[in-house]
Design a protein around this ligand. Structure first.
Ligand code: FES
Length: 225
């Protein structure tokens, strides 16, 4: 570990932490127990959205706490939950078109095209582009461009138009997956095999194993190259 220490501020209280730590590790080093705002610790779950400013500079930055190294003078606030609008709908009755997106998320039309959402995205997704695609009714493009979204909510926290890009994109991906994407024949075949009970003996055998045997089996499994 890098021995050099930097000063950071957590809820305005100053702490000295090793300069090599991520924000998440620094919070723990400072004595905080992360009950919320931490999940995978690998940049995949979006639970650790963070907003910060560097002392002496007014610019606000956003980051994932598990992926971002601390800096001298960081003033941190964790966004463990954000009150984003998430509409409820009867998914099975929906049509996969732009009118559906607009009726469920009418605020789509309020997009100012400022690109703040794209700048806020820690995944470097082109958020404004997928919002524009959603507004045009191009559900396939909106789904594709948002595919790597980890639902951290930072785009929404920063949007001056009060859109919820990540929830709009989630609906686009659901519509695309359910109604537009070509059916997977392999998946259909595998579901049929499961329903026929072809895997029941193997599952029963796994259920009968001890934890140690299961771990051994897992560690010795064949891994696809
Ligand atoms: S803890 Fe999952 S993305 Fe940071």
């Amino acid at each position: 570990m890098d021995d050099k220490l930097v000063s950071i501020y957590i809820m305005d209280k100053q702490y000295q932490v090793p300069a090599s730590l991520t924000i998440m590790r620094a919070l723990e080093y400072a004595g905080y127990k992360l009950v919320r705002g931490a999940g995978c610790r690998g940049g995949f779950c979006g639970a650790c959205a963070t907003v910060y400013r560097i002392t002496g500079n007014s610019e606000l930055h956003v980051a994932l706490a598990c992926q971002t190294i601390v800096q001298e003078g960081m003033r941190l606030a964790q966004i463990v939950s954000f009150p984003a609008n998430r509409s409820h709908y009867d998914f099975a009755s929906l049509r996969a078109d732009g009118a559906t997106l607009l009726s469920i998320y009418p605020e789509l039309e309020l997009c100012k095209g400022c690109n703040t959402c794209t700048k806020a995205c820690p995944q470097e997704l082109e958020v404004m582009d997928y919002v524009a695609a959603a507004l045009r009714g191009d559900i396939g493009l909106a789904a594709d461009k948002s595919f790597d979204c980890i639902m951290c909510g930072l785009c929404t926290a920063r949007c001056p138009g009060e859109l919820t890009p990540y929830n709009i994109a989630l609906l686009a991906r659901r519509l695309y997956g359910a109604f537009i994407a070509p059916r997977s024949r392999h998946l259909a075949k595998r579901i049929e095999e499961i329903q026929e009970g072809q895997f029941d003996p193997a599952l029963a055998e796994l259920e009968s194993l001890s934890l140690d045997e299961l771990k051994k089996r897992y560690n010795e499994r064949e891994i696809e190259k």
